[in-house]
Design a protein around this ligand. Structure first.
Ligand SMILES: Nc1ncnc2c1ncn2[C@@H]1O[C@H](COP(=O)(O)OP(=O)(O)OP(=O)(O)O)[C@@H](O)[C@H]1O
Length: 304
């Protein structure tokens, strides 16, 4: 069986004369928790819609489970569960009845036990008979995930599942995504604006910006680059001395970014040594903060 779950090459999608997606390239493998990261309007949802065959791309190749999407749509979509819009439920029906109805309409009725198990899995045990109208946004999102799981898909696609949730709701959703991977061996793709969220739960990611995938790969490798950016805050009158010490290190780049702060790019393993030298030379250090290149890169993207 192929380990490639999603392969997208040179995807493009226009809305009229507007190019929403220009060149997106993605590789998702079995068991990945894969993050689509990007600012508003970057093209994340459009990419997801193309990959779920909700809209037709103008160019590019999309394969899911090793099969071209265009010629295997029905077979592929049977293996996918997605939450793209805000989930819509009958407010006056219970959580159980909503899922029961949905499973009947979709032509593969689930048993009562299966639905109860699903509700328990998403943390809604004890609320099975309650009307959905009284549920919080987080509970509805989790009910939406239960709905996507009813037909036991291999791949789950979630568009911004934590947006609008309170801090506890965000933690619950992140834990649920991790349990889907660890306990149910699902492959999960979700979109987010938040780098630290992607860092916490994803093993692979893509940054999409202005319709293009600009960085793609293993999250740990992308974040742990050899060169690090650190910010050192010292005393105003010690800045020049501090800069001249750091500048002597091979390939170090140093710039002053405030009256008492310098920003240094240098090899990760040299950071403790630089720290020691500065202190020995009498340069007081008020704070030393490590910044990752990817974080900087992403913040700059958001600012542009
Ligand atoms: N049906 C449509 N018609 C016209 N323009 C659209 C349509 N759908 C999306 N767009 C535009 O395409 C661009 C990409 O939108 P998309 O929803 O894919 O971005 P996104 O990265 O998911 O953003 P967000 O994080 O805000 O959801 C945006 O400028 C959006 O306004």
């Amino acid at each position: 069986m192929s380990d490639s779950i999603i392969s997208i090459q040179h995807l493009a999608k226009n809305f009229g004369s507007f190019q929403a997606v220009r060149d997106v390239n993605i590789q998702v493998n079995r068991g990945d928790v894969y993050g689509f990261l990007g600012p508003n309007g970057a093209g994340k949802s459009t990419t997801m819609r193309c990959m779920l065959s909700l809209i037709k791309p103008d160019a590019g190749d999309i394969s899911l489970f090793g099969l071209p999407l265009a010629s295997n749509r029905t077979q592929i979509l049977r293996r996918v569960g997605s939450l793209i819009e805000k989930p819509d439920f009958y407010k006056f029906l219970s959580a159980y009845r909503n899922l029961d109805l949905f499973s009947r309409i979709s032509g593969a009725p689930s048993t009562k036990k299966e639905i109860y198990n699903m509700l328990e899995f998403v943390g809604l045990e004890g609320r099975e008979k309650d009307q959905v109208g009284g549920f919080s946004h987080g509970m509805r999102q989790r009910l939406g995930i239960a709905q996507t799981l009813l037909h036991n898909p291999d791949l789950i696609v979630l568009d911004e599942p934590t947006t609008g949730l309170d801090p506890q709701g965000i933690i619950d959703m992140r834990n649920l995504i991790l349990r889907l991977k660890n306990e149910q061996q699902k492959t999960i793709v979700f979109s987010s604006h938040n780098l630290s969220e992607v860092e916490i739960i994803c093993n692979r990611m893509v940054i999409i910006h202005q319709g293009k995938s600009v960085v793609e790969g293993n999250v740990k490798e992308l974040l742990n680059e050899e060169d690090q950016i650190i910010r050192i805050q010292t005393q105003e009158d010690a800045i020049s001395k501090g800069m001249s010490i750091v500048e002597k290190y091979p390939n170090a780049q140093v710039k002053k970014i405030g009256s008492d702060t310098i920003e240094v790019t240098l090899q990760k393993e040299l950071i403790p040594e630089v720290n020691r030298q500065l202190i020995e030379a009498g340069v007081p250090i008020f704070s030393i903060e490590s910044k990752r290149k990817l974080e900087d890169y992403f913040i700059n993207l958001l600012a542009s």
